[in-house]
Each structure stands twice: as C-alpha cells, then as structure tokens.
Design a protein around this ligand. Structure first.
Ligand code: FAD
Length: 341
C-alpha cells in the first residue's frame, strides 16, 4: 500500500495536536488538516487553557488521569525549553478555594500537578468567605500562541492545512484512506451526534499584570487565570445555548465575582469579552468507526467532545487517536495484501 493519506477535520487544539501525533508516530503518512476555521477563530482560542481537569462522568478515572498526565508531562517539557514563550506555555501557582470542605479533599489529579497541599490558615485569610483551600502549581497555555506554535510544528513536519467546510465525512473517501474527526461542537451537525451539546462560556480577557497567582472558586464558575500577557476572568456555563453574542449582564456578573475574590482587579484595564461553545458529552468520543457505501469502506477515527477540559487532556487523547489511526493503517495493509493473494 502507498503512503496512507489521512485527513484531520478541525483545527482547534484537538485537531492540531492529533495531526501532530499522527505525523510523529507515522512519518510515512501524508497528513492534511481540513477546517472551516483556524486560529484565532476557534473555541480553543477563547479558552483560558488552564491544566485543571474537568471530570467526564462516562470515562473511567484512570483513563482521564492518564490523558492528563501525558498532557502535563508534554507541556511541562515545553515550559522548560527555549520554546516556552513562543508556545505560550508557563507554570502558574495559586489556589482553589471552597466555601465548604469538599467531599473529595484529594482530586484524582492531585499527584500530577506540582506541590499539591491544603492551604494554611494564614493563606486562607486572603479569602474571608472561604473555609478550605488547595494550593498547587500547574501549567497554562496561552491559547492563540499555542495553536500557532502547533501549526508551525505541523508545517515543519510537512502537514498541509486547507480551509474547507466538510458537510459529510463521506465526501473525503475518494481522496483519503483515513479520516479523523476533530470537529469539536461542529460534530453535532457533521456526524449528527445527539449526545453532543454546547455549554456556552463567556470570559473576560483583561490587562492586570500585577495578578500573578491563579484563583479558582471550587465550584468552578468563578476563576482568575493569569497568562503571559492577559488575565482570563470567568465565567459562565449555559447548557444548550448556541449564542456566540456577548451578554453584558454576564460581563458585569463575572467582573463583580472575580473582584470579590481579588479586589485589586477593580483596576483592570482593556477588558475584552469572548464567548465559546464547549463541545460537551458524557465522555470524549475517541473511537474507530468504518463508514461504508456500496461496498466501499472509509475508516474514521473520532476525537471530539472534550467539553470544559480540552486543553487539560489534549495530548493524551491525541496520542490515543494516533494509535487508533495506526490500527486503521494495519487493517488497510492487511486487506490490501489479502487482495493481492
Ligand atoms: P474547537 O476549538 O471548537 O475546534 C473545532 C475545529 O473544527 C474548528 O477549527 C472548526 O472550525 C472545525 N470544524 C467544525 N466543524 C467543521 C466542519 N464541518 N468542517 C470543517 N471544519 C469543521 N479547557 C481547558 O482544559 N482548560 C481551560 O481553562 C478551559 N477554559 C475554557 C473556557 C471557555 C470560556 C471555554 C468555552 C472553553 C474552555 N475550555 C478549557 C475547553 C476547551 O476550550 C475545549 O475543550 C477545546 O477548545 C475543544 O477543542 P476542539 O479542538 O475539540 O474544538
């Protein structure tokens, strides 16, 4: 069989990192990224990019932990290299605070992040409305720079990128041997997945360079995540809302909630509002499927539905998707050598 041709649909953090893993694990493959939008116009560009996992109820915890660990290890190495500032990857320390002590004092990811420990009484004095807290150091991706860095890596490995809306995966069967679906919320229409739904999120990106520590309210709705140039203030979670228009009431609510955690934010400047649709599902869809029409087959690998935690697990799920592409190639090679006999 000639070099397998692989099309990756989608150019958010999942599509780009999956294309990179495929190119790294299968150097003989010819890989193309096809997407109707690229950075800065994807959901991935809106995200805060913090490595604090979201929990997927339909995926075993040991699998989620593995994905997170692989992602953390990969980005930690970048943060410790000369590429760190171009890739927008940096370590950030801070606090997750709770009004009441949570049932689970040690989250499953506590031994993956660095220096996880309960907050001291003295530290908790900063948060008079909270009774319990956890201090740790994690990684943050500044999203548009990280996506551009991934695109640069892809180009350097010979991966081509085309702007194209794909209406049906089957339309790719005549040009590609394998299709990888990383369409995020776009998969709702592309493959008619009724289990996939948007959770709308609104955030503010502000100039407040004196804020150096992250602060996250334990229930996850209010957060302050300092990046290299801007601080992300969040947020909102609106299930099944497809609206991409900023809501001025939500902007005020986010700002007030964040100022009650960090009063110095009252002096923040240059407030920009961003909205994105988290591609949400009970579990990430990470599986092989074979489409078939009139005796012609098209192997597909799905990798979408990362909800509120795509950055936290992207490298782990990309590695698994690349492994599934390897299985598809082995199956195609098996059937082409059987056909020759
Ligand atoms: P997208 O970034 O949406 O990419 C999908 C790609 O597919 C796009 O390029 C799109 O153009 C393309 N596409 C779709 N349909 C088609 C089609 N038919 N034909 C061709 N191309 C198509 N996660 C974290 O881990 N940490 C955080 O701190 C964090 N903060 C967040 C804050 C907010 C406000 C939001 C909204 C999300 C946040 N997330 C966070 C979640 C994270 O953003 C997502 O999980 C992640 O971006 C999903 O990536 P994706 O590549 O699957 O989707």
């Amino acid at each position: 069989m000639a070099a397998p041709k692989v099309a990756v649909v989608g150019a958010g953090v999942i599509g780009l990192s999956t294309a990179l893993c495929i190119a790294e694990t299968c150097p003989s493959c010819s890989v193309m990224v096809l997407s109707d939008q690229f950075s800065p116009n994807t959901t991935s560009d809106v995200a805060a990019g913090m490595l604090i996992p979201h929990t997927y109820p339909g995926t075993p915890i040991h699998v989620q932990k593995q994905w997170f660990k692989e992602t953390f290890t990969y980005l930690f190495a970048i943060s410790n290299s000369a590429e760190a500032s171009e890739a927008g990857i940096h370590l950030v320390s801070g606090w997750q605070v709770f009004k009441n002590t949570p049932k689970e004092e040690l989250p499953f990811w506590s031994d993956v992040v660095l220096g996880f420990r309960p907050m001291s009484k003295a530290e908790l004095q900063k948060f008079p409305q909270h009774r319990f807290g956890q201090a740790f150091t994690t990684l943050k991706c500044d999203c548009p720079p990280y996506l551009l860095w991934l695109e640069k890596r892809l180009k350097a490995t010979g991966v081509q990128m085309y702007t194209r809306k794909v209406a049906d995966l089957w339309e790719l069967h005549s040009k590609y041997n394998i299709v990888v679906n990383c369409a995020g919320i776009g998969a709702h229409q592309l493959v008619g997945d009724e289990k996939l739904f948007p959770i709308r999120g609104q955030v503010l990106k502000v100039h407040a360079p004196w804020v150096k520590n992250f602060i996250r309210d334990g229930e996850g709705l209010t957060y302050i995540y300092p990046g290299i140039h801007r601080v992300t203030l969040g947020g909102t979670r609106e299930k099944e809302s497809w609206s991409l228009s900023p809501d001025p009431g939500a902007t005020k609510g986010i700002f007030d909630r964040c100022c009650s955690l960090e009063p110095s934010l009252r002096g923040a400047q240059d407030i920009k509002v961003k909205v994105g649709l988290r591609p949400s599902r009970q579990c990430v869809r990470l599986q092989r499927e074979v489409l078939s029409q009139g005796g012609v087959k098209l192997p597909v690998v799905h990798n979408y539905g990362h909800g509120a935690g795509g950055f936290s697990v992207h490298r782990g799920t990309a590695k698994e998707a690349a492994r599934l592409v390897g299985e598809c190639i082995a199956a195609l090679q098996g059937s082409s050598s059987r056909a020759k006999l």
